[in-house]
Design a protein around this ligand. Structure first.
Ligand SMILES: [Zn+2]
Length: 128
């Protein structure tokens, strides 16, 4: 994969602007920032709105793997010795932990669809 001359980012070919000389090996974001192209010309530009939307989808998908260990830590620290709530919350935690991978798998199609919806449509020009 090519590397951008300005930001040293490595992206696939469709994330680069086209042209020779100063426009060679420049990614879409650097191309817009350095005024080689306008934002409308950059078909594959991930602007701030799009970036935030994509980040929130990724965060929603993976956050449970942060919450579940945190809940286990809280249970071990505070609730494991409390009768009878410790055992109730243990059962809930075990159910949550076992259900998490299943839920992750069930939601994978939805996640792929959301990411595809938030990916700019791009036609690869001839010769690239
Ligand atoms: Zn760049």
């Amino acid at each position: 994969m090519p590397t951008c001359r300005f930001c040293s980012g490595t992206y696939t070919r469709e994330n680069f602007i086209h042209g020779n000389g100063p426009r060679a090996q420049v990614c879409a974001r650097c191309g817009v920032e350095k005024n080689f192209i306008t934002e409308e010309e950059a078909a594959n530009l991930f602007d701030d709105k799009l970036r935030n939307a994509r980040l929130s989808i990724v965060a929603r998908r993976y956050s449970m793997f942060l919450y579940i260990p945190a809940l286990w830590t809280l249970w071990i620290m505070f609730l494991s010795s409390v009768q009878p709530w410790g055992i109730y919350f243990l059962l809930i935690l075990v159910a949550l932990t076992l259900f998490a991978p299943v839920w992750f798998f069930i939601r994978s199609a939805q996640f792929a669809g959301d990411m595809a919806r938030l990916t700019p449509a791009f036609d690869r020009p001839k010769g690239h």
